[in-house]
Design a protein around this ligand. Structure first.
Ligand code: NAD
Length: 264
């Protein structure tokens, strides 16, 4: 199926690894010209080259910047004043006890996980409305609906993503622009692989059984009982980015393997 994304310009924040990289790859597979972002210029250049090798008919570009920083965002806006698709993927997470979270940590999570995506949306949305096509997608988490209590400072920001996307979607009434949120469940990124290693390296469980043990004991509500692969989130995000997904608006879309136990 051709998703109709050829030559669309897509900015995916935090796309040097993990879910963001998988989203950028799937968008490029569909012919989109992706802008790769991360904080390290070398990492950004590496992913741009990788995508260029994989999809020679596209024009990937790199925008190394710490997007939590407003002056870095201003520079990005000067280099890329218009995009058709904005994926607010970049986000930080860290398991922490509520009692150990300082005011500075709450501020940092708010700034990185909410305000950066908000500032980018505020800048790119007007052009999308003007051209009567655009997609803004926030990558939240199942923690948005079901805070585990393992990282309250993170869960709060992910719930805020849902509210923000809903408010932004109200600005798109009657247009071909949509704003939505995708909520992945636990996904096998490099960071989650590292977490498994930290959890199990001293145990008697063989590495090939770590994932199954983690799902059984730490994610018992998951119906699929496996970690989601980043490319699964990538493919779904490419679909939501496409003109075929024109009737999703202000939606909170679960890609969590059935982890959230609701009837809706
Ligand atoms: P990751 O840590 O593997 O990758 C994060 C990316 O963001 C990297 O490219 C990093 O360089 C970039 N980044 C971080 N801070 C940045 C900044 N200030 N400026 C620019 N780039 C920055 O993360 P991931 O696991 O792929 O998660 C991506 C998104 O998906 C996050 O929003 C996360 O909350 C969400 N999510 C992840 C999981 C999971 O299990 N991995 C589950 C649910 C939701």
């Amino acid at each position: 199926m051709d998703l109709g994304l050829k030559n669309k310009r897509a900015l995916v924040t935090g796309s040097t690894k993990g879910i963001g990289k998988a989203i950028a790859i799937e968008l490029a597979r569909e012919g989109a010209n992706v802008i790769i972002n991360g904080r390290q210029p070398d990492d950004v250049a590496k992913v741009v080259n990788e995508i260029q090798e994989m999809f020679r008919n596209t024009k990937p570009e790199g925008a190394p910047a710490d997007l939590a920083d407003s002056s870095a965002r201003e520079e990005l806006f000067r280099g890329y004043p218009e995009v058709d698709i904005l994926v607010n993927n970049m986000g930080i997470f860290q398991p922490m006890s509520y009692w150990d979270i300082s005011d500075e940590t709450w501020d940092k999570f708010f700034k990185v996980n909410v305000m950066s995506g908000n500032a980018l949306s505020k800048f790119y949305l007007p052009h999308m409305l003007e051209q009567d096509f655009g997609r803004i997608i926030f990558i939240a988490s199942e923690e948005a609906l079901m805070p585990s209590g393992e990282m309250p400072q993170y869960s709060m920001t992910k719930t805020m993503n849902l509210s923000l996307a809903k408010s932004l979607s109200k600005l798109t009434k009657g247009t071909q622009v949509t704003v939505n949120t995708i909520m992945p469940g636990s996904t096998l990124t490099e960071g989650v692989q590292e977490m498994l290693e930290n959890m199990y390296h001293d145990s008697s469980i063989a590495p090939e059984d770590w994932e199954a043990d983690f799902m059984k004991n730490h994610r018992p509500l998951s119906q699929i009982q496996r970690l989601i692969r980043p490319e699964e989130i990538g493919r779904f995000t490419a679909f939501v980015s496409s003109p075929f997904a024109s009737s999703f608006s202000g939606a909170a879309l679960r890609v969590d393997g059935g982890l959230v136990p609701t009837i809706f």
